[in-house]
Design a protein around this ligand. Structure first.
Ligand code: UDP
Length: 235
């Protein structure tokens, strides 16, 4: 697989075309942004950690019957993935109150839900990714009704698999964001990444934060948290 032209550069990854039409290469950067792009920085080693962790988790999900974009890990930072057209929704599943959920509804972080929740944001930087419900998503033609239904059931199934996996690594999966993509035949696969950038991970016993919140909230120990998550997943 050979990289050809760069398709685009996002906040945390670059995407390249390849000599194969249906495949693109993602290259993970150490760059980090937060607070709607207001906060910028570097998390040394993050690109390689996110690349390896995301690939490992995508393969775990594939084994459980969840289709993903993953094709092949090419190096520390680079992975070949199926070229998809991204459904412009951020799909967030939560098991525990944190972040915007806690803020929005005025509850303390850490309250454990009886059942996981799901929410959607419209992936649109100009509009600052506004929250929307599935009727809005259909009205805006971001996805049709059956696609939304399918995305919801995949998202909850992914949550079940990941929650159990992380529990075995002494990690609480608090919440996480997913993106889905369409293949040329219209089928939907899990895309983007699953990493400490896109998940909240708390130590199962102490609730110590092991994710990007350490960067968002200037807590220090950012690199250490990513390295600790890497050790727990692969150790
Ligand atoms: N998240 C993400 N990208 C975003 C917004 C959220 O990956 O643009 C992830 C975030 O890491 C967390 C979950 O989605 O695991 C829920 O985030 P929340 O809505 O609480 O917003 P945040 O406080 O992270 O901005």
């Amino acid at each position: 697989m050979k990289k050809t032209v760069q398709l685009y550069e996002g906040k945390a990854k670059k995407v390249f075309e390849t000599d194969t039409d249906s495949i693109v290469i993602v290259s993970y950067k150490d760059d980090a942004t937060a607070l709607d792009g207001l906060k910028k920085g570097t998390i040394t080693g993050k690109g390689a950690i996110n690349n390896r962790m995301s690939n490992f988790l995508m393969q775990l999900l594939e084994k459980e019957g969840i289709p993903t974009h993953f094709v092949e890990e090419l190096s520390d930072r680079e992975t070949a993935v199926k070229k998809v057209s991204i459904v412009p929704l951020e799909v967030i599943v939560r098991n525990v109150a944190a972040g915007h959920f806690a803020q929005r509804y005025g509850v303390e972080e850490g309250i454990v839900f009886d059942e996981p929740t799901i929410e959607f944001s419209y992936k649109n930087d100009d509009l600052h990714d506004p929250l929307l419900n599935s009727y809005h998503a259909v009205a805006l033609k971001l996805a049709d009704k059956s696609e939304i239904q399918h995305i919801k059931s995949m998202a909850f199934r992914i949550n079940d698999i990941l929650k159990e996996f992380f529990k075995s690594k002494n990690v609480k999966l608090v919440d996480f964001k997913m993106e889905f993509g369409r293949l040329p035949d219209g089928s939907i696969v899990l895309a983007d990444e699953i990493s400490p950038d896109t998940c909240r991970f708390w130590d199962l016993e102490t609730n110590e934060k092991l994710d990007k919140d350490r960067f968002r909230r200037d807590m220090g120990g950012v690199e250490g948290a990513y390295e600790e998550m890497y050790r727990r997943v692969f150790g």
